[in-house]
Ligand binder design. Sequence first.
Ligand code: 1CP
Length: 342
Amino acid sequence: MNSRERLVNAFSDQAPDRPPVWIMRQAGRYLPEYRALKEKYDFVTMVKTPDLATEVTLQPLRRFKQLDAAIIFSDILIVPEAMGLPYSFREKGGIQMAGEIRSQADVDKLDSTGVADRTAYISDAIRQVRGELGNSKAVLGFGGSPWTLATYMIEGGSSKEYTNARYMFNNERPLFDSLMNKLSDGLIDLFKSQIDAGVDAIQIFDSWAAAAPDGQYWDCSLKWIQKIIEALGDSTPIILFTKGMSAHHEDLIRTGARALAADQSVNLAEWKKELPQGITLQGNLNPDLMPGEPEVAAAATKQLLDSMSPWSRYIFNLGHGITPQARIETMQAVLETIDSVK
Ligand code: 1CP
């Protein structure tokens, strides 16, 4: 069974020889080869240049043979940018948007048509990565959820409180809905172009799900994800990543997502018992283990694998993105542990 088959099979009942694995922010600052390229090119240039995005996407696969999927190097913030609101990096970390969306006039200025054309560099990179990998590895596309993107656009960048985003949802619903409609349309256009370019699955990141007002997660976020998944049809599986939202599993499933990705707060084996059988689960090793000792991370990996056995409809991943402090040898130990159960 090759890597691509292993990943694609995870959306069926067939048991694999071992669980397929990919890692969130597989490419990134913990890799010296990524840091070396970043000395020469800034992040946005790398994202927008298919040769560079292809190279960064392939770096972790060259280093770690056990990885089963390439997640295309890009960012969720390319969609606001393609709609007219660019992003940059704050000196002290986090994202700065070039403005704030607070009025109907602000929303009206956003252009949700032609997002796929203005982000053609991503479908070009997907085709290039597929050309390099052939059928040996899976290729994954991704994007942010409308709500997670809206938090950046309404707050004007990374936020800790999300006060303005929640205010708009609670007090200016027609305005909020018009922004979410436009974001959903832009995302549908982006995801269709990723599917046309040949991805095997798409992950939607609702990273800031927990910022939604209490009891309003469906109206604030999930119903827009459902709209997107409905528009895409079921040819390509959608993996839905959320943080802190495991109690909402019925609503998560109602979106039509074929797989749910869990953060590290979830007991995945317990969750599996509560969920209907046709749902694939992904996760959820604690990324805090990655800067630590290889033996500790390997033992936790083994425990997670044992708890999820037999491994049909399961994809191994971290519960959130890998951080710059992660140790290469710890990543290696985790991947070797997964491969050793074959
Ligand atoms: O070199 C650097 O400093 C850039 C760090 C970096 C990287 C490697 C950013 C900035 N984005 C990325 C790539 C990226 N982002 C990928 C590539 C594929 C992969 O290797 O996994 C993916 C899937 C993302 C997704 C992303 N971007 C999310 C959702 C996932 C998550 O972490 O919750 C979010 C919220 C973003 C926004 C963003 N982009 C970059 C940063 C540091 C952030 C988070 C900022 C914040 O905390 O608000």
